[in-house]
Structures are given as structure tokens and as C-alpha cells.
Ligand binder design. Structure first.
Ligand code: HEM
Ligand SMILES: [Cu+2]
Length: 846
């Protein structure tokens, strides 16, 4: 299997010539129109949908910001009531962070990554589609709360007890908790598939160290999402349980602790800042070398900086809590660590400046935004270092100084690079160029307006103006500054409006772009403009970091089908699956096509969300089941299912189809999903030990309410299931599938035994879940075990059926390996739970 390059030869598949090949590929990959457009799973289309939707939410968030600035323009205004003001600011922060920044950047990554790494699509196309629908529905539900004047009003961080039922009795907090959790499903699914795609579907020869820097940044961002979002999901679930059912997790009287919310929130919230910043920095690192006309100085340094940022950002959440009473030593540690992040950031800034210095920078429109970014971001970094000093932090905590700093970092660090990137890639989206005049006006108005707005806010902050107050009295010396700040913010909006107008108009009036208009080095510019649904007619072998600089003919030879995998005869959506380190080809990945199931599943989940909001719990239960059935039905079309892969034939010399191997992308997707799940589980354990050791009113019962014998029995059933499953998977690896169906059925039966016994333990424990947080948290832990056991049992049952249908077996062995991964995870977490909930309390006592 050495010659995988199926070069164009007079005989063979390519005899049809490039046009015919294009048509054939189009038949397989092309998007349907009309109502069926809802079934599209293609990453180009979905990436655009993500970005357009993100822009709409940006406009909503921007409108809310303008309302805030209008209210603050003059002292003693009653343009808004304090109540509405809180809703507007909370929603501004929430919309900007959750509905604009993350989905927008993920949308860009979804659009760009396959094109940059020489793949035809993302590796889980249907997951992309599910992610989009969850985002859209969640966003709509959340925004709807504004229309109802029932929006959340406790700040975008939703601190308890402010957000608890006592101080926020209406539905506001529920809208936030449920809507955000829904949106986070979307962020997580995009995170999972971006990680797997970047690791496993780069084109032939694209070793990790030859990968475009943008892909490195997105890899880090996606991994951070996978690890960073679950703590918030856990927090949201716990808080919603407290609000809806009365389980006291954050309420002191019942043994909870409001500070637990802050920990869970900032465990997510601090990395979130870097999750937003990294892809933006990725845009900068992509554009600067192109406009400087030379490779980036210090590729290795940038990769190092990205990795370091990813790691330390997780250790830093506590710096948001300096004023809640953290021990001195911990404060010193986190303060030092906060300053440490400045190092990788500084490395990147130096690399950018050095690249510009050593190259011949061309000041095109995208570069203007990059320069704006550099100026603003460096200022934001400086005030950040100031804030990391604990004494200074005490001074300006909760003043407009913090608001100003935050916007320098967020708007400067995310919005400016984003616009630079959009201008840069605009010709790829549309085949046309933006207007230089309109673009320049847009930039200068935005840049000046931005600095006017937020530079002044530093000053009002130092003068003591607190954040999140709806009004202020005259005579504090704040009036003129607020007025100037508000006026500048309107200048800024005019600038942004100009930019958006330019984007919209250029689709009609822009000059047609010539190919690779900026003379870039990366593969996305080898696409046609606008791109076709399958990206590339043939997939090249990559030898360098700058394929288009080293071989300017590449776009042509790729389009002519002169490289590998230029076949459409199977009628399958195919691309390379490659080794994560070296980029050597391992298998042909065969992607699923368009489908209604993601939309249907998302719709059912939306019903769950709305019925939980309206407290129609029976309906919510039904909708959960329906969503589950849709998801299972979706997973049924897999492997050797007639709809998925009619045959497994590959050309002689080609590697096998992924569904005929044991290490395909499905296994990787499962592993990354379990990484997220593990982060959720660790957050849960953190909550248990945190309340146990810190919570002021925590009460541990004299004797543990959980039957240890019962739990051990359940654990034994689970362990037995795993042992058999391992044996079956080992057999499949050796090509043996005797007794596979019976084996799967018995494993499933053991799974159900585990579930039944665990359920019995739970029911006989007699927990007072609404009275003590001890009982409530035990309940959540056992529910987790039940859910995982139940799902494992159902999935294995389905495997038994699939063996019967011939969809699984020695000829298509990969699914049992994926299911085994789930069982292993379940085994580990179950025994940890038994240890933490039932054994430890008996050993240590109350
Ligand atoms: C378009 C220009 C923008 C303006 C004029 C603006 C204005 C403001 C103002 C005045 C506040 C403080 C409200 C208060 O403390 O009473 C605020 C808060 C906030 N902004 Fe912005 N903002 C803008 C863009 C953004 C962007 C792009 C993001 C994120 C990507 C963002 C994220 C936030 C967050 C997270 C808060 C904190 C909300 C809270 O304290 O609950 N803003 N913004
Ligand atoms: Cu932070």
C-alpha cells in the first residue's frame, strides 16, 4: 500500500476528464434546494449559516449595547427602568459571549478547516447540522425572553443567590440556564468534530508540523471547549434543579454554597476568554505572513505559545474571585499565574511584529483591521496585567474600569481580527472583492468610535463609577465623560454598519476577484470561488507548510483531478483518513450524506427546553424520549447499513474504508466526547468534595443512606459486561465474529441488571433531596450512573440487532469498539462514584 497517489492516467477513472469528474462529484456532494435545504450537512453551507446567524445575534447584542449607552449618556435618566436595564445588560453580555463570539468563530472554523487541511468536509457532517439547529433554536428561545420582558437579569455570569428563585422569582434565570445549555450542546458538538477532523482528516503528508497555524489555533480552541464547557453545563443543571425542584445546591440553609456556582462558572468562564481569543489570534497569524509576503517568523514558538495558553488558562479561574475571600496564599498563586499568561501572548505579539518587520507589509483592507487589533489588544493586555495585581483589583473591582478593560480585550482581541478575517476570506465566499472606500470609512469610524467609547470608560472607572448601575447622579464629575463615551459608541456603530453594508453590497457590486487575490500560501485558496460542495476534485500530497507558494500550479492540477482520490464511481462521499502525527494515509473515510434526523432531533430537544421552561414536565419527558429515538434512528444508518455503504469495495492498492477498520473517526469522536463527559464528571466530584469540605451548613448523615452491597452488585454486573465486551472486540480485531450477537445481548442484559440494581439502591435510600444538599448531590450522582448504564445497555442491544441484520461483524467491525469505549468509561466512573459517595463517607465519617 505504498502508491496511494492515483495520478491521472490515460486508463482508469480519470478518463472522463475534469469536467465530467466535476459533474459526477457534484451529483454526490451537491446541496439540494427547496425544503430539502434543511437536510444539508455540508460544512461550507453550515459554516456560512453559523456565521450569518452569529451576525444577526451580534446586531441584537449591539442594539442592546446602544440602549445601555443611551441610558448612561446623561445623569438621572429614566429612559429605562432599573429592572429593564438589568435585563438589557445581562442579555447584552450573554448574547455577545454565547450567541455571537463562540458560534461565529466556530462557524468560521467549520467553514475553513476542511478547506485548509485539504479535506472535503468535516468528519461528522451530521453533527455539524445538529450543532447548527441547536444553536439556532437555543438562541431564539433565549432572545424571545427579551420580547416577553422576562429576560434574565443577574448579569451574564448569573451569580447565585442573585439568580436563585428567591431573588429572581420569574422565568428569567430559567431562560438563561436552559437556553444556554441548549446552545452549549452546539458548541460542544462543533468542538468534538473540529478536534477529530484536524487530527484525522488532513490531506496526505500534512504532518502536524506542516499544518497551517490556523488549524493549530482551532485545535486548541476546540479542545478547550470540550474541557471547559462541561463545568458550566453542570452548574446550569444544578441551578435549574434548585430553581425548579428545590434541590439546595447553592442555598446555604440546605447545606449548599453560592460560591460553588462561582467556581463552576469561572472554571468555564476564564478559559472562555481564551476560547474566544485563540481563533482570533489564529486569524492574525494567518493574515500577517500573507500580507508581509513571507513565512511567519518562529512557527514553533507560536505552536508553543498556543499550547501553553491552553494549559495555563485552566488554572486561572480563581482570579475572578479575588474579592470573595480566597485564602492569601491562593490569591498570591493565582495572581502570579494570571501574569504568566502574558508570556505566551507576548511571544505571539513579538512573532507578529517580527514577521511584519522582516517582510514587506502591504496595507490592504484586512491589514488595517490587524493593525487596529494590535494597538487595541496591547492596551487591553496592559490593563489586564494591572487587574491581575490583587491590590489594584480591589480598588477597581466592579467599576467601569473593568468594563473598559474587558472590551479592549474582547472587541479588540476578537472583533477586529474577525473583521480582518472576513475581509480576507470574502473573495473566497463570493468570488468578489470588497469596496476599498466603504471599507476604509468603516474601519476608521469603528476604530475611533471604539477608542472614544472605552478609553473614557477607564477614566470613569477610576473615578469610581460602578458597573451595572442603571443611572448616576449629576455632580460626581462623571457627566461629560459618559456623554462623550456614548457619542463615540454611536460613531462606532456607524462604522460597523458601514462594514456590514460593504459585505452585503459586495455580493452584487464587488469587482470579480482574480484567483488567490492576496497571494496566500494555504490550501483554501485552491478552491474554486465560491467553493464547490466537495471542495477539491483531487486531494494533493503536501510536502511543505506553504503549498501554494511552493507550487502555484496546485489549484489547477487539483481541479484537473491530477492528485489522489479523484473518483466518483462508488457514489460515496470520500476523503482521506490520515495518521494524526505524520499525515500518512490510513483509510478512506466515507461520510454520511444529507439527513433530516439532525433537524428532527434538535426540534425535539427544543420542545424539551420549552416544556421545562413552562414546567410541563410530562411533556418534557415525552420529548426526551422522542429526541432519544430520533438520535438512535440516526445512528442506525451507519457502517454496513444499505443507506450508508452499499459495498465496501476499494480500488486495488487503496486503503480500506474506515468502517472496515477498528480505529476510524467514530472511535475518535467517541473518545473526545468522553473527554467532555469526563470533565463534566470531574466537575461533579469537585462539587461534592467542595460542599463537603467548605459549605458552611453542610450536614453529613451519621450513616450513609446508600446500600454498599447493592452498589457493589451493580458494579459487578457492569464489570462482567465490560470483560465480555473486551473479549468480543479482541475477537473482531482478529477477524472473528462467532457468537457476536449472543454476546451483545448478554452484555446488554448485564447493563440492564446494573441499571435495575442501581435504581433499587436509589429508591431504597430514602433521600430528602429538597432538604439537604447532601442528598440532592447523591441523587444527581446516581442519576448520572443510571443514564450512562441505561444508554450503554440500549446501545449494546442495538449492536446485537445490527449483527443480526449483517450491519456489524467481521466485515464491518468498528462499532463494537466504539461502544466498548463507552462501557469502559462507564466502568471507571461508576466505581469512582461508589468510592466517593458510599465508601469514603463510611471511612472518614461526617
Ligand atoms: C458594540 C459595541 C459595544 C458596546 C458599546 C458595549 C457596551 C457595554 C457596556 C456599556 C457594558 C456595561 C454595562 C454595565 O455595566 O452597566 C457592557 C457590558 C458587557 N459587554 Fe459590551 N459592548 C459592546 C460590545 C461587546 C462585545 C463585542 C462583547 C463580547 C464579545 C461584549 C461583552 C460584554 C460583556 C460580557 C459585558 C458584561 C455584562 C455584565 O456585566 O453583565 N460587549 N458592554
Ligand atoms: Cu479570567
Amino acid at each position: 500500500m505504498t502508491t496511494i497517489n492515483r495520478e491521472a492516467t490515460p486508463e482508469g477513472d480519470n478518463i472522463k476528464g475534469p469536467n465530467q469528474l466535476h459533474n459526477d462529484l457534484h451529483d454526490i456532494w451537491g446541496n439540494p434546494r427547496g425544503l430539502k435545504a434543511l437536510t444539508i450537512v455540508n460544512h461550507t453551507t453550515l459554516g456560512l449559516r453559523f456565521m450569518v446567524t452569529g451576525m444577526v445575534f451580534f446586531l441584537i447584542g449591539g442594539l442592546l449595547a446602544m440602549l445601555v449607552r443611551t441610558q448612561l449618556a446623561l445623569p438621572d435618566q429614566d429612559f429605562m427602568s432599573p429592572d429593564i436595564y438589568s435585563q438589557v445588560t445581562t442579555m447584552h453580555g450573554t448574547v455577545m459571549m454565547f450567541l455571537f463570539a463562540i458560534p461565529m468563530l466556530e462557524g468560521l472554523a467549520i467553514y475553513m478547516i476542511p478547506k485548509m487541511i485539504g479535506a472535503r468536509d468535516l468528519v461528522c457532517p451530521r453533527l455539524t447540522s445538529l450543532g447548527y439547529w441547536c444553536y439556532l433554536f437555543g438562541g431564539i428561545i433565549l432572545s424571545f425572553s427579551l420580547v416577553l420582558e422576562m429576560a434574565p437579569d443577574s448579569g451574564w455570569f448569573m451569580y447565585t443567590p442573585l439568580s436563585s428563585s428567591e431573588y429572581s422569582p420569574g422565568l428569567g434565570s430559567d431562560f438563561w440556564l436552559l437556553g444556554i445549555t441548549f446552545v452549549e450542546i452546539s458548541a460542544l458538538s462543533a468542538g468534538v468534530e473540529l478536534v477529530v477532523s484536524i487530527l484525522r482528516t488532513r490531506t496526505q503528508g500534512m504532518a502536524l508540523h506542516k499544518m497551517p497555524l490556523f488549524a493549530w489555533y482551532i485545535l486548541a480552541m476546540a479542545l478547550m471547549i470540550v474541557v471547559g464547557f462541561p463545568p458550566l453545563i453542570l452548574g446550569s443543571i444544578l441551578l435549574e434543579l434548585e430553581r425548579a425542584v428545590g434541590m439546595p445546591f447553592f442555598e446555604v440553609a440546605g447545606g449548599g454554597d453560592p460560591i460553588l456556582w462561582q467556581h463552576l462558572f469561572w472554571l468555564f468562564g476564564h478559559p472562555e476568554v481564551y476560547i474566544i481569543f485563540l481563533p482570533a489570534a489564529g486569524i492574525v497569524s494567518t493574515l500577517i505572513p500573507v500580507f508581509a509576503g513571507r513565512p511567519i517568523v518562529g512557527y514553533g514558538w507560536v505552536v508553543f505559545a498556543i499550547t501553553v495558553t491552553g494549559f495555563i488558562s485552566f488554572g486561572l479561574w480563581v482570579h475572578h474571585m479575588f474579592t470573595v475571600g480566597i485564602p492569601q496564599l491562593a490569591q498570591a498563586f493565582f495572581s502570579a499565574a494570571s501574569m504568566l499568561v502574558a508570556v505566551p501572548t507576548a511571544i505571539q505579539v513579538f512573532v507578529w511584529l517580527a514577521t511584519l518587520w522582516l517582510g514587506k507589509p502591504k496595507m490592504k483592507l484586512p491589514m488595517l483591521w490587524i493593525v487596529g487589533f494590535l494597538i487595541i489588544f496591547v492596551c487591553g493586555g496592559l490593563t489586564g496585567v494591572m487587574l491581575a495585581l490583587v491590590p489594584f483589583n480591589w480598588q477597581v473591582h466592579d467599576t467601569h474600569f473593568v468594563v473598559a478593560h474587558m472590551h479592549y480585550v474582547l472587541v479588540g482581541g476578537m472583533f477586529f481580527p474577525l473583521i480582518a478575517g472576513l475581509y480576507y476570506w470574502l473573495p473566497l465566499f463570493s468570488g468578489r472583492m470588497p469596496s476599498e472606500t466603504l471599507g476604509k470609512w468603516g474601519f476608521w469610524l469603528t476604530f475611533l468610535g471604539f477608542n472614544g467609547t472605552f478609553l473614557i470608560m477607564h477614566w470613569t472607572g477610576l473615578l469610581g463609577m460602578p458597573r451595572r448601575v442603571y443611572s448616576y447622579e449629576t455632580g460626581m464629575g462623571w457627566d461629560i465623560f459618559n456623554l462623550l463615551s456614548s457619542m463615540s459608541s454611536f460613531i462606532m456603530s456607524a462604522g460597523i454598519a458601514m462594514v456590514l453594508l460593504d459585505f452585503a453590497l459586495h455580493f452584487r457590486f464587488g469587482k470579480p476577484a482574480k484567483h488567490n487575490p492576496w497571494n496566500a500560501d494555504t490550501l483554501e485558496w485552491a478552491n474554486s470561488m465560491p467553493p464547490s460542495a466537495y471542495n477539491f476534485v483531487s486531494l494533493p500530497k503536501i510536502e511543505t507548510r506553504h503549498p501554494l507558494w511552493d507550487d502555484p500550479n496546485l489549484p489547477r492540477t487539483m481541479a484537473e483531478g491530477q492528485h489522489s482520490l479523484a473518483v466518483a464511481t462508488h457514489g460515496r462521499r470520500e476523503m482521506w483518513g490520515t495518521d494524526p502525527l505524520t499525515g500518512k494515509v490510513r483509510e478512506i473515510i466515507h461520510l454520511p450524506g444529507n439527513s433530516w434526523w439532525p433537524l428532527f432531533a434538535a426540534m425535539a430537544l427544543a420542545v424539551v427546553c420549552v416544556s421545562l421552561l413552562t414546567r410541563l414536565y410530562p411533556l418534557a419527558g415525552i420529548a426526551v424520549v422522542v429526541a432519544g429515538l430520533f438520535l438512535l434512528r440516526w445512528s442506525w444508518e451507519n457502517g454496513a447499513h444499505p443507506k450508508a455503504a452499499p459495498d465496501a469495495e476499494v480500488a486495488p492498492g487503496d486503503p480500506p474504508l474506515h468502517s472496515r477498520t477498528m480505529d476510524g473517526p467514530g472511535l475518535w469522536a467517541m473518545s473526545i466526547t468522553l473527554l467532555a463527559n469526563g470533565s463534566f464528571f470531574l466537575s461533579y466530584l469537585f462539587g461534592w468534595f467542595y460542599l463537603w469540605t467548605v459549605s458552611p451548613e453542610w450536614r453529613m448523615p451519621e450513616t450513609s443512606p446508600l446500600s454498599l452491597v447493592g452498589l457493589i452488585l451493580a458494579g459487578v454486573a457492569l464489570t462482567a459486561g465490560v470483560v465480555i465486551l473486551e473479549k468480543l472486540v479482541r475477537g473482531l480485531r482478529q477477524g472473528k465474529d462467532a457468537g457476536l450477537a449472543v454476546g451483545m445481548y448478554s452484555i446488554s442484559a448485564l447493563g440492564f441488571v446494573q441499571v435495575a440494581v442501581t435504581l433499587w439502591v436509589l429508591l431504597s435510600a430514602d433521600l430528602a433531596v429538597t432538604e439537604t444538599s447532601h442528598d440532592a448531590i447523591i441523587m444527581v450522582g446516581l442519576a448520572y450512573a443510571l443514564l450512562h448504564g441505561g444508554l450503554g445497555a440500549v446501545l449494546t442491544l442495538l449492536q446485537g440487532l445490527r449483527v443480526g441484520y449483517g450491519f456489524v461483524g467481521a466485515h464491518a467491525p468498528f462499532e463494537p469498539a466504539v461502544v466498548a469505549q463507552w462501557w469502559r468509561y462507564n466502568l471507571v466512573t461508576f466505581w469512582i462514584l461508589v468510592g466517593a459517595l458510599a465508601v469514603l463517607p463510611r471511612v472518614i465519617g461526617s
